[in-house]
Design a protein. Sequence first.
Length: 220
Amino acid sequence: MGELGTTPRTGGASDRRERPDPRPRRTRGSLLWAVGLTAAMVVGAGIAQWVTWLGAVLSLASVAVTACLVGGVWHRAGAAAVASVTGSGLVLFAGPALYEVYMRSAGEPVPAVVTSVAERHGAGRCALRELDGGHRAYEVARQGNCFGRARAGDRVEIRVDPLGLLEPRLPDATDQPGTTDATAAVAACLALTTAAAVLHGGRRRRDNGGRAEGRGVTGA
């Protein structure tokens, strides 16, 4: 029989059993962050192929938010470092991969002739003119696969963006097949690694005291 004026305590074990497990909700939230931040990097890299400064700002902002969230808010320095490094690599590879895949699959084939090849500001520039239609002229840089292989007078089949937003693309060299597939594969691996690092950091996040949430112990 308890003393007067005291409040009986309930069983701590049953309270712990009735408390909902926070880990499934934390996993779902971390997955959303992982997918959203990785997608933002890819979208920014894609926009950079159209408007360079805007895409660069969006891509770098996405990488910065990832580092601040995982390293500063969730206190997972290791995961933040991995996500920052792979995210930066993703920004570099995702843009060219999207451009190459898009132009190869949706670009309109147009017969053209190379009118001149010149070096401008340290980069090759290929001038081309359509052989059919309105004989429109184009200028293609390294992004459009002008790497010095083309020669004035060469007849090629270029790929032209049907939306008119991206510059045309010269065909790959016959001695270097599969460059588009290799670029896309590298970008995909970097995207998966970045998303996995963010997801891991979110699931193993620490509170302000350095304790892993939901575990009560510090972890790597």
